[in-house]
Write a protein that binds this ligand. Structure first.
Ligand SMILES: [Zn+2]
Length: 469
């Protein structure tokens, strides 16, 4: 770190993390500069060395978030920490050596502490990528570290939550190295099935979701048998997926950069080639007579009570959207099991957003307004268990814990016997007993490797137990 070899530091840290027990905290020995703390935490380090604050002070050097500076070379002392407050640079320089070292050491400690507090806040908010990307701009060698980290996207993706609160902020081309981009690129290729084999391409990043930005254009394309696809910094976004995390929950600058545009175009070309027989530009399609835009409203399904401000529909466009999200989130086989027979949707009258999916009279899924992804109902879980072989979407628990979990208590690491290794944090999961029967549904808090190395702690936050009233 003293030689600014941050790219190699990434190799060392990630290679170590791959071999270490996730149950153990990781101490990054020698890291004591505030500028590295966010990035090191992002890589999975928990403890830091802090002897540097004193060494730097003895050397008349002050640590700041954007680097270390020699007192003799500084032009001003613009610091408000309790050690510097009220001091001018001249006064500090004239202070007797021992007293000065003490002030500088205190200042350095405050700089470290302030940054650690900030790292904790971003970590809690699920936004650590953003802070680390900002910090890595303090020095080109740190930017090298951030760029090297992208080579470990596969590994990092296994721990990256399927969704988070709040929008993703794009901070520069390195943002595309985040695991969330890779996951989207992988799933759009493997889990998306277009409703037609003809694509109409649209551009435009300013307004989201796209269906609300281009309602007439999309309708015109669909009337002529085209599937609307928007080119975005994530790559291609089929209209059916545009309300889903991370697509609608992301902010990009309006002025694009060449690298992101090139990467997005490359992915889009691959996508169009594989999924479609014909591609046109949406703006070049002839305009056709507008068909009625109103959503078709149906009676509530038998046994389902209509609530205020909601409608029911079996509109094919809405069903396409509902199905595309299910495929993306749960995989093709599971989505097929969930969308069996007669499909009816409960929608918000005001926002037009899908709320519930009712398949053959059973309420199997609920869509969340915030991230446009689903929560899985027990009825839906049972269908997946019947149709898709284990371990897909399952976590198995011991016989002893079945009575508790089926009553809605959280599933604990120490009582877990098996877990789908592809599940990531915040994924919907089906907790099963040893005979693969549904005990509960909930959300993953950890991944399989972590669950099996933890001696205690919550593995799955249970939403509904099978025996709950
Ligand atoms: Zn200070």
């Amino acid at each position: 770190m003293e030689q600014y070899r941050y790219a190699e530091l990434v190799d060392v840290v990630i290679s170590s993390k791959m071999g270490l027990n996730p149950n153990r905290p990781v101490h990054l020995f020698g890291a004591g500069h505030p500028m590295i703390l966010a990035f090191a935490t992002l890589m999975g380090c928990d403890l830091f060395d802090s002897a540097s604050y004193a060494k730097f002070a003895k050397d008349d050097r002050m640590m700041f978030i954007d680097g270390s500076f020699r007192l003799a070379e500084m032009q001003s002392l613009d610091c408000n920490c309790p050690a510097c407050r009220g001091l001018t640079l001249e006064a500090l320089k004239k202070t007797e050596k021992n007293a000065r070292v003490r002030i500088l050491a205190m200042h350095n400690l405050y700089a470290i502490r302030n940054e650690l507090l900030l790292v904790k806040r971003y970590l809690r908010e699920g936004r650590l990528w953003e802070l680390a990307e900002m910090r890595c701009r303090a020095h080109p060698a740190m930017l090298d570290g951030l760029r090297r980290l992208r080579e470990y996207q596969d590994y990092l993706e296994r721990f990256d939550p399927i969704s988070r609160e709040g929008a993703i902020f794009y901070t520069g081309i390195e943002t595309r190295g985040r695991p969330v981009f890779k996951r989207y690129a992988d799933r759009i290729m493997s889990r998306y099935i277009p409703p037609t084999r003809k694509a109409a391409i649209f551009y435009g990043e300013s307004q989201k979701p796209y269906s609300r930005a281009f309602p007439a254009e999309f309708a015109n394309a669909r009337r002529q048998g085209y599937t609307p696809v928007v080119i975005s910094p994530f790559g291609p976004v089929p209209a059916e997926l545009d309300e889903m995390y991370p697509l609608a929950q992301s902010l990009f600058p309006e002025i694009e950069d060449n690298d992101t545009t090139a990467e997005s175009e490359e992915l889009t070309l691959r996508f169009l080639e594989e999924k479609f027989d014909e591609t046109v530009s949406g703006s070049e399609l002839p305009e056709t007579e507008p068909a009625p835009e109103e959503t078709k409203v149906i009676e509530p399904p038998t046994g389902v009570v209509a609530r205020k401000g909601e409608i029911f529909t079996d509109d094919p466009l809405d069903i396409q959207r509902a199905l595309a999200v299910a495929r993306y989130q749960f995989g093709l086989e599971a989505a097929e099991a969930l969308f069996r027979g007669k499909i009816e949707l409960r929608k918000s009258k005001k926002t037009g957003k899908i709320r519930n999916v009712i398949s053959d009279g059973e309420h199997v899924l609920s869509m969340r307004a915030g991230d446009g992804l689903y929560t899985l109902r027990i009825e839906g879980a049972q269908r997946i268990l019947a149709a898709v072989p284990a371990p897909h979407m399952r976590m198995a628990v011991t016989d002893d814990s079945v009575p508790f979990v089926s009553q809605g208590r959280n599933a604990m690491c120490q009582f877990t016997t098996a877990c789908d290794p592809d599940l990531v944090p915040m994924d919907e999961v089906i907790v099963v007993d040893k005979d693969d029967r549904a005990v509960a549904t909930g959300r993953m808090l950890l991944v399989a490797d972590e669950i099996f190395s933890m001696k205690k702690g919550i593995a799955v936050k249970i939403r509904t137990g099978s025996e709950e009233d």
